[in-house]
Design a protein around this ligand. Sequence first.
Ligand code: ARG
Ligand code: ASP
Length: 710
Amino acid sequence: MKKLHLLIVFLITSMMAFAGEGMWIPMLLQYNEKEMQEMGMRITADDIYSINHSSLKDAIVLFGGGCTGEIVSDYGLLLTNHHCGYDWIQKHSSVEHDYLTDGFWAMDRSQELPCPGLSVTILREMRDVTKQVLQHVTDEMSEEKRQATIDQSIKEIVAEMEKSTKYKVSIKPFFLGNEYYLLLNEVFTDVRLVGCPPSNIGKFGGDTDNWVWPRHTGDFSVFRVYADKDGHPANYSVDNVPYKPAKHLDISLKGAEEGDFAFVFGYPARTNEYLPAVAVDQEANVIDPIAVRLRGEILDIYNKYQEQDKKVRIQYASKHAGLGNGWKKWMGVTEGINHFHGVEKKRYYEEAFEKWCYVTFQRSFYFNLLQQFEEKYKELEPYRVAYTYLSNAGLNIEIIDFAGNFNKLSQVTADTPQEDVDKMIASLRKATQAFFKDYYQPIDEEVARTMLSEYLENQPADFRPSFLNEIKDVDAYVEQLFKKSIFASEEQVNDFLDHFKPNKLKKLQKDPALQAYQSMIGFYREEVNPKMGPINKEIDRLQRLYMKGQMQMEPEKRFSPDANFTLRVTYGKVEGFKPQDGKNYRHFTTLDGIMEKENPDIYDYVVEPRLKELYNNKDYGRYADKDGTMHVAFTASVHTTGGNSGSPILNADGQLLGLNFDRCWEGTMSDLIYDSAICRNISVDIRYVLFIMDKFAGARHLVDEMTIVE
Ligand code: ARG
Ligand code: ASP
């Protein structure tokens, strides 16, 4: 019996131990230190995370709500991706100052642009509070009781902690609710835009190259963190001064060779590495393909009209990027999971788990777990599908989605305070202006026809919003929708708002676009959510048990918790990869590749004249690689995900090599299953970033602020 047990554990461990996998908690990095040093790291875990002295963690920030950034000077200078700073660059842009097109560089601090609403968060300390959080929890408790008990403990611990700290206190679950950690964060709210390259550089390759290697995007932008004169966070004020961090990152101009150790330090948002096979199968082979098909049809329509008209191209650029990002990624997930037999690998692991449960029969606790997963996911599937249709088909009909903004107004009564009504109207006026600025009705009509047909053909009557069941002829319905709804015309919407009276709501309430919206939301609230909620709760419980079981089965294995938007260290090597038989990718790209891709007629591949001039003169200064070329981007086998954008990728000495911004398409399955043979993150080389700042933009003063190691 014992032998069988050992054999199983050996099988599993050797199968699942992918080097490079794992998003590690910085506070526990001492357990990885040996492996990291064996891979080439020359610093210690304590240099990366310490609460007793300054460490690299003091230079890493959560940028806004969804990206990472890093501080690179004693004056709070911060680097992140261009696509992370994009909204702020756009907000400061106008026809006269088109910073998206032309780039922007503050030549002194007085020119730096305030970004009210933008914050950066720095982790000061984390603590394991699992014991305190779970102290009153028992195995017999119902899920509701369990959650309420945990919430209460968290509230008490946070309240207690708040008495003795100036930092923001929060507690987050790790390992699917098996562990809890307390986080002390400092949030800075005066962050200013310092510079960005033109989109031809910062977004070079655009959506065409998104998720793809070889890549040539100069995906960076520059900000500065300000604090009050005592160095504390403060809202924007002219009296604020550049924030002096406990630590800023040093920058290496040496580049990285194939095989060099590298690590990424940042804020990965979400991964699901411990799902059962049935869940991975559902995601990769049911849900993602539906979303891909629906979005693909919409993107085809966008493309057709965008190609015909330059104005439409600009109007739909951001919408296209938004839909296209997920579309392309999910396609890669399905490909990757199937090509690399992800579901089979998970099944194999599960068989071993079941055997382990069987041979260690005292753990009857986990018995039948996998069977229960099968049942619950089967139950969940039609609702997940319904939700996928709703969010990708239904709510991508813009006129219906836009009408939804007026839902609240349609419920105003004579008792609603006038002040509230005025506020609603003012904000709707703004929304209306923003909507029509980027709206092209022929696109929307075609999207509506296509998506509604999809719905009627592929979703059963009780799994779609009820208004669809009254449609006999999609073309006729769509024609009427756009003819009768006020939301098809900016004038009509504004006219309605100008003459709004609470007793004249009929027109709004009878509007077909608003009715369609209400039908969709009603369907979600009444049919989808109430069914999905309890199933998901049960799945969460099973998932928590399964996680616990896996950790018990392999007590020697280091497990890393799924990403949850907390600070993590991930490490691997700078390396290329072989995505397919006969294809072998080198780990870096150069400026020569930009010139090869150049095409003045294709928006994504226009090259700035100044960049060409520098290229022709090979005027790279100290930023050239020792091979004489200008390196632009590089790949590494470091486990990253969304939210890691803007994260520093660092060398064996903890010096900055580049900024992470994407992954290779063939390995986007890494959120579900990481395989170091195929999963690669993509970073922009810091030498290209500095070259653009210094040589291209003439912002040498910024480079001079930094600590450069030549
Ligand atoms: N794929 C990257 C990420 O998931 C970059 C997205 C922004 N770039 C773009 N071309 N749309 O966020
Ligand atoms: N591009 C992603 C981001 O914006 C990173 C990734 O998914 O690899 O965070």
